[in-house]
Design a protein around this ligand. Structure first.
Ligand code: NAD
Length: 318
């Protein structure tokens, strides 16, 4: 994709998904502005992109309407990744309202004011809550009962309302379980990868909470970034999509995959411990709509993606 001459804003651009979108945008020749408070993201995540292309870092909060307006002025496309995270929202529901809902509203107002062509926004499969049926497609009821999911539902409704009233084009992505290099160590669901690797590297059994039959739908971060750029390329608007692999992986399988990838098969086996309640028990998204309307398919296998996580961990530790 060629984005030469386009100015693109990535909120949360120093985070996991955002920084990989930045990598792809730089390759596509865009001028990129990263808007991130750095509460969780790291500037080092965009160092390589900054050395290869035109990347400006704006350290500011979504709640700062003046900084936001300044950053949005002159922008063609906005990739909106910044958000309070799941555990943060449960611990501090007011923050979820202020950052994720009001912050997004602030952004959308600025996008209307400065005639942004399209917003590509991160929603979440959390909007589905516990799956009533699997694979979960986009028609699945919004069965969420957490503050994080509530904020994502509110945002999706605001995208629709801004589209209807102002014609602001958008696509919202309900990501399933994104993993890859630069993933935060404390991310809900995916923190398990780091816990497992820490144990395995110490020659100890990775500890699985519960019976290990809980599942995740793992989707590799660069595939997610690819989906984001497809949303600019394709003339699709006013739609939500699952971004997922469509494959269920149990937590026990994940532990076994990581043991194998670290070359400790036969030496280590997962150990089991009492359940950490609160997260949903099974995740499997339907990738069909994204395939049909965006031509998106997740192509990176769990093994290949996890090898990249392992390499990245080794490089960051050295
Ligand atoms: N990672 C996943 O598995 C997953 C799954 C579903 C949805 N999502 C959503 O995708 C988006 C990206 O997720 P991620 O995994 O890259 O998260 P991340 O935490 O790595 O990145 C989010 C970025 O937003 C920034 N940020 C947070 N609050 C901010 C604020 N008030 N103002 C400005 N910047 C702020 C953080 O510093 C961070 O760099 C988020 O909206 C998240 O809710 C992620």
């Amino acid at each position: 994709m060629d984005l030469k001459g386009s100015r693109v804003l990535v909120t949360g651009g120093a985070g996991l998904v955002g920084s990989h979108i930045v990598d792809r945008l730089v390759k596509a020749g865009a001028d990129v502005v990263v808007y991130d408070s750095l509460i969780r993201g790291r500037e080092k995540h965009i160092e390589r992109a900054s050395s290869e292309g035109r990347v400006e870092m704006v350290k500011a909060d979504l709640r700062d309407t003046d900084a936001l307006a300044k950053a949005v002025d002159g922008t063609d496309y906005v990739f909106h990744q910044a958000s309070a995270w799941l555990r943060q929202c449960q611990e501090n529901p007011r923050l979820s309202l202020d950052v994720t809902i009001t912050g997004t509203f602030n952004l959308l107002e600025a996008c209307v004011k400065y005639n942004v062509k399209k917003v590509i926004a991160a929603s979440s499969s959390s909007v589905y809550g516990e799956g009533i049926y699997l694979p979960t497609d986009e028609m699945h009821p919004l069965n969420n009962d957490l503050f994080y999911g509530a904020a994502k539902v509110a945002n999706e409704q605001h995208y629709r309302a801004f589209y209807k009233k102002y014609g602001l084009d958008y696509v919202a992505f309900r990501y399933l379980n994104v993993f890859g290099p630069r993933q935060p160590y404390q991310a809900a669901y995916m923190d398990v990868v780091m816990h497992f690797l820490n144990k395995i590297d110490a020659d100890e059994s990775p500890i699985v909470r519960g019976d290990g039959n809980a599942t995740v739908d793992l989707v590799y971060v660069d595939d997610v970034a690819h989906a984001n750029l497809l949303a600019v390329e394709k003339p699709v608007t006013n739609e939500v999509f699952n971004i997922c692999s469509g494959v269920e992986t149990t937590i026990k399988e994940l532990a076994e995959i990581l043991i194998r990838l670290r070359g400790k098969e036969g030496k280590l086996t997962p150990a089991f411990e009492a359940m950490d309640a609160g997260l949903v028990s099974r995740r499997q998204g339907s990738p069909d709509k994204a395939k049909e309307l965006l031509g998106f398919e997740a192509t990176t296998s769990v093994e290949e993606g996890m090898m990249n996580v392992i390499k990245w961990r080794a490089e960051s530790d050295s």
